[in-house]
Design a protein around this ligand. Structure first.
Ligand SMILES: Cc1ncc(COP(=O)(O)O)c(C=O)c1O
Ligand SMILES: C[C@@H](O)[C@H](N)C(=O)O
Length: 354
């Protein structure tokens, strides 16, 4: 019963088999291998356009490199106050940009609002050169609150950003989960809506360690190859990343994996709601934020369930923990077993009935 994160899942068997198979023989190094070439070609098909691809091993590296390509050291990245880039990357975006400032905005449901970003960008900026220059907008899709932006919401925010000269980054650590939930095309959820650079995450959705920085506007990829190398994120044996992505993207495997994770979240959330637990945020990807009665939380942990208590300012208006309740985050993955969900609900149910 490990619902601490989708980071706790292993890789899909198909990805692992591809990794083992890719080990045979020699391959050109530093991303010049055949697998990586196939991945680049397949991503152009998936996103229906020309693009540049830079494979890395972590989502933090993808985000930090992506933001470095959009934002100068004297710039500002506008993001949600609880964005991973702001809260969980130990200053990597600030480090890789050479010191840019991350400016966080509150937003219910973990999402930025067009009103707040427009107001910030329209406000007088003071007396140059004393202020940082807003240079990038970063959206997380699916968000840290387990919610998703619709293509129209992305386009509205991106249009405001573009009108003020900002580049648009999407942290897609859970891109597939959002895409499957929305039922839209990868192109409609990214570049057609105005996204310039995408952190295309695969690690949490069936790979061991595989993330891709995808740049839709080649002019914005200038020197990203050098940034990746000097950041220590160019793997000599690029096949390690290429082979994972090759299998991940083949035959829509990535979409099937995300659909399984999302279905598991829907099942777990529905089961908890039937037990009378209040689900605090919409379940739009593979994350559940739910209020558990203290005794239920204690019983679940005693039974070995693993998950985290959660603090967030993203809850909907008027939604808060009641007396004796604790807000927790439950994350499902492609391999979340029905038996684990059933067990979790049985233990919780035992308490609910008590
Ligand atoms: C929304 C989001 N973005 C980025 C990351 C970064 O990924 P990593 O931990 O691989 O650096 C995570 C990690 O889980 C995440 O949840
Ligand atoms: C740091 C923590 O949020 C991690 N990114 C996760 O999603 O589990």
């Amino acid at each position: 019963m490990n619902f601490a994160s989708d980071n706790v899942a292993g890789a899909s068997p198909r990805v692992m088999e591809a990794l083992v198979a890719a080990n045979a023989g020699s391959q050109r190094a530093y991303g010049a291998d055949d697998h990586t070439a196939r991945v680049e070609a397949r991503l152009k098909e998936i996103f229906e356009r020309d693009l540049s691809v830079f494979l890395v091993a972590t989502g933090t590296a993808a985000n930090a490199l992506a933001l470095a390509t959009l934002c100068p050291p004297w710039g500002a990245v506008l993001c949600h106050a609880e964005a991973h880039v702001a809260e969980d990357e130990c200053g990597a975006p600030e480090f890789f940009t050479g010191g840019a400032k991350l400016v966080g905005f509150p937003g219910r449901l973990g999402k930025l609002t067009a009103e707040e970003i427009a107001a910030h960008l329209a406000a007088p900026t003071g007396r140059p050169p004393h202020q940082v220059i807003p240079s990038a907008l970063s959206l997380t899709q699916a968000s840290e609150a387990g919610t998703v932006y619709t293509p129209d919401e992305i386009a509205t925010l991106a249009d405001i950003a573009r009108r003020h000269g900002l580049g648009v980054h999407m942290d897609g650590a859970r891109f597939a989960n959002a895409l499957v939930r929305l039922g839209v095309s990868p192109a409609d959820m990214t570049w057609r809506a105005g996204v310039d650079v995408l952190s295309f995450g695969a690690t949490k959705n069936g790979c061991l360690a595989a993330e891709a920085v995808i740049v839709f506007d080649r002019d914005k990829a200038a020197h990203l190859a050098q940034r990746r190398k000097r950041g220590g994120h160019l793997l000599s044996k690029g096949r390690l990343l290429g082979a994972q992505f090759d299998a991940y993207l083949a035959d829509g495997h990535w979409l099937d994996l995300a659909a399984r994770a999302n279905a598991a979240a829907d099942r777990l959330a529905a089961g908890l709601a039937r037990l009378g637990c209040r689900v605090a945020l919409p379940v739009e990807a593979n994350e559940i934020f739910v209020f558990l009665p203290q005794a239920m939380d204690e019983a679940l942990r005693a039974a070995g369930a693993l998950y985290h208590p959660w603090v967030t300012s993203s809850l909907p208006e008027g939604v808060a923990a009641g007396e004796g309740e604790v807000l927790v985050r439950l994350v499902t993955a492609f391999d979340t077993a029905e038996a684990a969900i059933d067990r979790f609900l049985a233990v919780a149910g035992g308490q609910a009935a008590a």
